[in-house]
Design a protein around this ligand. Structure first.
Ligand code: SF4
Length: 233
């Protein structure tokens, strides 16, 4: 009587044989089989070390350039995700929950962003998520011009290190800061713009979508353009 280990090995070998045959079939029929992880890998990631982003984070964490924000914060919210991401989401500033956890987009708006990312066939770990401002403005007020001026160099450096193929700017502040414009998000969304050779897709902030769910369809249209650009559909 054959034992279970031998049976298990046989079935594993059968699966591998079938998989190999399927890949050869795809190749012979002109299909390029590219695992999702490879599609998402930044083409220039070879020159980027994960440690670059980690050591830069260590530089940013003690920042007190905006003394009033530094005094009130619980955490500097540097950003989180894949240092080799092809897609970076940039929002406005941390909210209360983000400040509490030290992570970006973990409140209600963050949960909606997670659903959007999943609807694109991705996971949060596949992308990088950050904000223009790394500290929470009190009472979730809008960032002040001098705060953006203080903090923007950190965003610029993050984008230099990650060098994604696409940046999705969430809301007016992110889009206007990256694109050096005062045009509204409604006017900017729906097409790609340029940020130092990187494509930028402005779209509505998830917090806006929670108040205006009818505009979710427009965000999904923007995400479809990003998916096409990244070869995800
Ligand atoms: S918002 Fe940015 S520049 Fe201002 S204290 Fe925080 S990390 Fe520093």
């Amino acid at each position: 009587m054959r034992n279970e280990a031998v049976d298990g090995q046989d079935s594993m070998e059968a699966v591998m044989r079938q998989t190999r045959a399927y890949l050869e079939y795809l190749r012979d029929n002109g299909e390029e089989f590219i695992p999702r992880a490879e599609v998402l890998k930044n083409e220039e990631s070879g020159r980027v070390q994960r440690s670059d982003l980690i050591s830069f984070r260590e530089e940013v964490l003690p920042c007190v350039r905006c003394s009033h924000l530094a005094k009130a914060r619980k955490h500097v919210v540097f950003g989180a995700g894949n240092p080799h991401a092809s897609l970076v989401f940039v929002g406005e500033a941390p909210g209360a929950e983000e400040d509490r956890q030290g992570l970006p987009f973990v409140g209600d708006a963050g949960q909606l962003l997670t659903k959007i990312i999943q609807a694109m066939g991705l996971k949060r770990e596949d992308v990088f998520i950050c904000n223009v401002l790394k500290c929470r403005p009190p009472g979730n007020r809008n960032p002040l011009p001098e705060e953006i001026q203080n903090c923007e160099p950190y965003l610029i450096r993050q984008l230099e290190i990650i060098h994604p193929r696409v940046i999705c700017a969430l809301g007016n502040f992110a889009a206007q800061t990256l694109l050096r414009t005062d045009r509204s998000i409604s006017a900017l969304r729906g097409s790609f713009h340029d940020y130092h050779g990187i494509k930028v897709m402005p779209t509505y902030h998830p917090a806006y979508l929670l108040r205006n769910p009818k505009d979710k369809i427009k965000v999904w249209q923007d995400m479809q353009l990003i998916m096409t650009e990244l070869g995800l559909k």
